[in-house]
Design a protein around this ligand. Structure first.
Ligand code: ADP
Ligand code: MG
Length: 654
C-alpha cells in the first residue's frame, strides 16, 4: 500500500462538475457530434477569420481541444486547398502523425492515404490526391503547401526549432503562405515574440478540476509503485480509466506484465482491468487499441510514454499516475557523446500530465514523489532539444538547404556556440545522414564493399527495433536472435539478418518466424534504396566484397574511428576520453569481449553501454585516421598478459 497525502492542491477547472458526460454518453455520440462537442468548435468562424487576416498566427489550446484534428478540417472545408494546394501539419512524433491522420481520415470519411495521409521518416502514406498531410519532417515541405501548421510547438523538438527559423524566412517571400503555430497552454508568448509579435488565438479550455496527491516519502522503485497504485485505484476508486506515464518500451512492457500477472492472481475478486501499452515502436494495430471504448464494468489502464502528455488524447481518463520521469537525449560537446538518460521531468510536464485526468470529469492525479521534490528537484520547464543534441545532423540539413551562414541562422534559442562549431568541423560529406555514417559509406567505395555497407547503414538507421522480443516468448526470441550471430560483431549480424530476409523474398512470414519486426525491415529496405540512389547521384560505384568481412569492418572503422574503445579490467575505456563503458548485454560480442571495439552509439541506462559494436584491429585506426590517432595511443601494453581470445581464423564470413 502506498500512502498518498493530499496536498490540497487542485488544478483549477473551468467546468462545472455536474455537466460531466458519463462514458456511456460519450460512446453513443456520432463522429459529427463528437466533433461539435470539442472546445475549438464554437470558435470555428473566429479562427478562420483570424487566419484570413494574419499570415502568422499562434494558436493556444488545452490538449484535446481539437487543434490537431479539427483546424486542418476547417481549412479544407473553407477551400484553402482549392486549385491543388495542400495543407501540411507537422508532428514531433511518428505515432502521433499516424494516429491523428487515421482519425481525421475517418472523420472526413476517406481512406487513409487518399485525401488525408501522413508521411514519417522512410514511410510515406500519401498519394497524388492527398490534400492534408501530417508529417514528422516538415522540412520537406513542398511549394504547393498553402498552410503549414507547426503543431505541438511547445515540445520544442529539434525539427520544430529548425522549422521555426526556416518558415520565418520563407514566409517573408511567400505572402500567400499561412503559418499556424499550435501549442498546448505553454510558452505561447515566446512563439509570438519570435514571429515578430504574431497574434495569439486562445481557445478557451474546458476542463474539470484535478485533485493532486503526492507520496509521503520518495519511492525507491517507481515501477513497482505504479503497479501498486493502479491496483489501489482499481479496487478503491469509482469507475474511470487510468493513465500511467513511464519512460520507454521496456518499462512499459514490464509494468503491463506485472499488472496482468497480479490481476490473474486476484482472479474474480476484482473487476476486469484492461491493460494497454502505447509507445513509439508498438505495431500500429496495437496502438489503435488505446482508443477503443472501455466495456461497462471494467476499467482501462493505458501505460504510455510522454506521447500521451500532449500529442495523443485518450478520452475517459479520470486517474493519472505520474512517477515524474522521462527519457531525454543529452549531448556532451566535449566528448561528442549523445546519450538517452532517464531524468526527472519538468514541472510543466508534470502539470500537463495531471491535466489529462480532467478532460471528461473531475479527476485525480497521483504523483509518485513528494510535494517537496516537485518544488525543489524539478526544473521549471524542459530544455529545448536543440540545446542538448549532436548538431551534426542539423548542420548537414541546413547546408543541404543551401543555408551556409549557420552562426547567424535565426534560432529561437541558439544552440551552444561550441556545439555548433564542433558540428561544422565534423561536417564532411554530402549525404543527408549522420556525418559518421556518411564517412562509412564513402569509405566503402575505397574498400569495395558498398553493397554490404549500405545495408549496414540502413539497418543501423532503423535504430534498435529489428529484433522482436515478446515477453511471453523470450526464450524463442532469444534463440532466434542467437541463430543470426556471425563473427565480427553486431554490424555483421545486422547484415546477416538483412541478407537472409532478402533471400526469403522480403517475406513477412520469414520475419514472423524469426522474431524480426517486419515494419523495421521494410523501413531499412526503403532507407537502403534511398542511399543507393544517393550513391548513384554522387557517382559512387556499388560493389560487394564477396564474403570478405575485413573490408566491411574497415569501412565502419573509417566512419566511426571516433568511437573506439579498448578492453580494460572488466569493461572498456574509450580511447580518446578514457571513459569507462560496457558492451550492451544484447550484443553478439557480450561474452567474447574482444580487445578493440568500435561502437555505433552509447546509451546510458544503468551503466554507460555501447550499442551495436564491431571488433576491429587497432592497426586499422592508423590506416583510416592517421590524422587522429598516434601510434603510441594504440600500443597494447597488456597484450602479453592477456592471450587474444578466439583465434583469427574467423575473418571469413562462413
Ligand atoms: P489537440 O490537438 O487540441 O490536443 P486533438 O485534435 O488531438 O486535440 O483531439 C481532439 C479529440 O479527438 C479528442 O477528444 C481525442 O480523443 C480525439 N482523437 C484524436 N485522435 C483520435 C484517435 N486516433 N481515435 C479516437 N479519437 C481520437
Ligand atoms: Mg494536438
Amino acid at each position: 500500500i502506498i500512502n498518498f497525502v493530499s496536498s490540497a492542491v487542485i488544478m483549477k477547472g473551468t467546468q462545472d462538475e455536474t455537466v460531466a458526460l458519463s462514458q456511456a454518453e460519450v460512446q453513443k455520440q456520432s463522429i459529427q457530434e463528437v466533433r461539435r462537442s470539442l472546445p475549438v468548435f464554437p470558435y470555428r468562424e473566429d479562427l478562420l477569420l483570424a487566419i484570413q487576416q494574419h499570415q502568422i498566427l499562434v494558436i493556444e489550446g488545452e490538449t484535446g481541444s481539437g487543434k490537431t484534428t479539427q483546424i486542418p478540417q476547417f481549412l479544407m472545408e473553407s477551400g484553402y486547398n482549392d486549385g491543388g494546394m495542400k495543407i501540411g501539419c507537422t508532428q514531433p512524433r511518428r505515432v502521433a502523425a499516424m494516429s491523428v491522420a487515421a482519425r481525421v481520415a475517418q472523420e472526413v470519411g476517406v481512406k487513409l492515404g487518399n485525401e488525408v495521409g501522413y508521411s514519417i521518416r522512410f514511410e510515406d502514406c500519401t498519394s497524388e490526391r492527398t490534400v492534408l498531410k501530417y508529417m514528422t519532417d516538415g522540412i520537406g515541405l513542398c511549394l504547393k503547401v498553402v498552410v503549414v501548421i507547426i503543431d505541438e510547438a511547445h515540445e520544442r523538438t529539434l525539427h520544430t526549432d529548425i522549422l521555426f527559423g526556416l518558415i520565418k524566412d520563407i514566409a517573408r517571400f511567400r505572402p500567400d503562405l499561412k503559418v499556424l503555430v499550435a501549442s498546448a497552454t505553454l510558452d505561447t508568448e515566446r512563439f509570438s515574440c519570435f514571429f515578430d509579435d504574431a497574434p495569439v488565438f486562445r481557445i478557451p479550455g474546458r476542463r474539470f478540476p484535478v485533485d493532486i496527491f503526492y507520496t509521503k516519502a520518495p519511492e525507491a522503485d517507481y515501477l513497482e509503485a505504479c503497479v501498486v497504485s493502479v491496483l489501489q485505484i482499481h479496487v478503491t476508486q469509482p469507475p474511470g480509466d487510468c493513465l500511467v506515464f513511464l519512460t520507454g518500451q521496456e518499462e512499459i512492457e514490464t509494468c503491463c506484465e506485472l499488472l496482468q500477472e497480479r490481476c490473474r492472481r486476484l482472479g474474480s475478486k476484482i473487476s476486469e482491468l484492461l491493460v494497454l501499452p502505447i509507445y513509439a515502436n508498438l505495431p500500429s494495430d496495437m496502438q489503435a487499441k488505446i482508443f477503443s471504448p472501455t466495456p461497462p464494468g471494467s476499467r482501462k489502464v493505458v501505460v504510455a510514454t510522454n506521447i500521451a502528455e500532449t500529442s495523443l488524447t485518450i478520452d475517459g481518463i479520470i486517474y493519472v499516475i505520474d512517477p515524474g520521469f522521462c527519457k531525454q537525449k543529452s549531448y556532451n560537446a566535449r566528448t561528442g557523446m549523445e546519450s538517452l538518460i532517464v531524468t526527472p521531468c519538468s514541472r510543466a510536464s508534470a502539470n500537463q500530465r495531471a491535466g489529462r485526468a480532467g478532460r471528461v470529469a473531475a479527476g485525480k492525479c497521483f504523483r509518485l514523489y513528494t510535494a517537496w521534490a516537485f518544488k525543489h528537484e524539478m526544473e521549471e520547464s524542459t530544455v529545448p532539444e536543440i540545446q542538448r543534441t549532436n548538431l551534426g545532423n542539423v548542420v548537414l540539413l541546413l547546408k543541404s538547404l543551401g543555408i551556409n551562414d549557420l552562426i547567424h541562422f535565426d534560432f529561437m534559442d541558439p544552440p551552444p556556440h561550441e556545439t555548433l562549431v564542433l558540428a561544422l568541423e565534423q561536417l564532411m560529406a554530402e549525404l543527408p545522414v549522420d556525418p559518421m555514417l556518411s564517412k562509412m559509406i564513402l569509405a566503402s567505395e575505397q574498400y569495395k564493399c558498398s553493397e554490404e555497407v549500405l545495408t549496414i547503414a540502413a539497418m543501423l538507421s532503423v535504430n534498435n527495433s529489428i529484433f522482436y522480443r515478446p515477453k511471453d516468448k523470450v526464450v524463442h526470441a532469444d534463440n532466434a536472435r542467437q541463430n543470426f550471430v556471425v563473427p565480427g560483431g553486431d554490424h555483421m549480424v545486422l547484415l546477416n539478418v538483412y541478407t537472409q530476409w532478402l533471400e526469403s523474398g522480403y517475406s513477412t512470414q520469414w520475419c514472423y518466424e524469426n522474431f524480426i519486426q517486419f515494419r523495421s525491415m521494410k523501413r531499412a529496405r526503403d532507407v537502403r534504396e534511398q542511399l543507393e540512389g544517393l550513391m548513384d547521384r554522387i557517382e559512387v560505384e556499388v560493389c560487394s566484397s564477396g564474403g570478405d568481412i575485413v573490408p566491411i569492418r574497415k569501412a565502419v572503422t573509417a566512419g566511426y574511428f571516433y568511437h573506439t574503445a579498448r578492453l580494460s579490467k572488466g569493461g572498456y575505456k574509450t580511447v580518446k576520453h578514457q571513459q569507462t563503458v560496457y558492451v550492451h548485454p544484447n550484443s553478439s560480442l557480450f561474452e567474447e569481449q574482444p580487445r578493440w571495439l568500435i561502437y555505433h552509439e552509447l546509451v546510458f541506462t544503468t551503466k554507460e553501454f555501447m550499442r551495436q559494436v564491431i571488433e576491429i584491429d587497432s592497426s586499422w585506426l592508423l590506416e583510416v585516421a592517421p590524422h587522429y590517432y598516434k601510434n603510441k595511443e594504440l600500443e597494447d601494453s597488456s597484450s602479453k598478459k592477456m592471450p587474444r581470445k578466439q583465434g583469427k581464423a574467423k575473418e571469413e564470413l562462413g
